[in-house]
Design a protein. Sequence first.
Length: 176
Amino acid sequence: MVGRYPAFGKYRTHPFDLRDWSVSELSDAYAAQLQLAYGWVGLGIKTNIVAVVVLVPAIFWFVPRYGVIGAAWIWVILNAGYVLIAIQLMHRRLYPNEKWRWYFADVMLPLIGAAGIMLLAKQFQPVSYQDRWSDFFFLSITAVLALMASAILADRVRPKLMSFLRQDSHIREGRT
């Protein structure tokens, strides 16, 4: 991979690298809103204090040794901690019966769908890109397909998407 993306130097990873994904960015926002709605700010404060205490020294150790790859791994560890630890603690107190349904229906199925599209796209990836525009279009089409697969497999998004598509088809046909 070195030299193929010269702007990123020797640490540039492949565009389909799973380390670039973040389920927790979406789930952490909803978890924080749920905790605030119940007046429970302690978990968020404690989680972020632990994250700072553990990850700031890790940044100073990993980044000089491994560069941006080390920083990316720290980001992965942070987000994995949010999804695997903080969400567990939150579900212990708020909605304990929803935890496994959420992990399976709202996290794993969409993730599997997007990962499947990315792995399939990797098989059809052009051997050498002609220019940056072809790289951009290939990655854009892949991203849209992965997003569509995730939306179709997401338990709560699928009914809203189907409702929207039915409304859109009625509008195009002239019905209301």
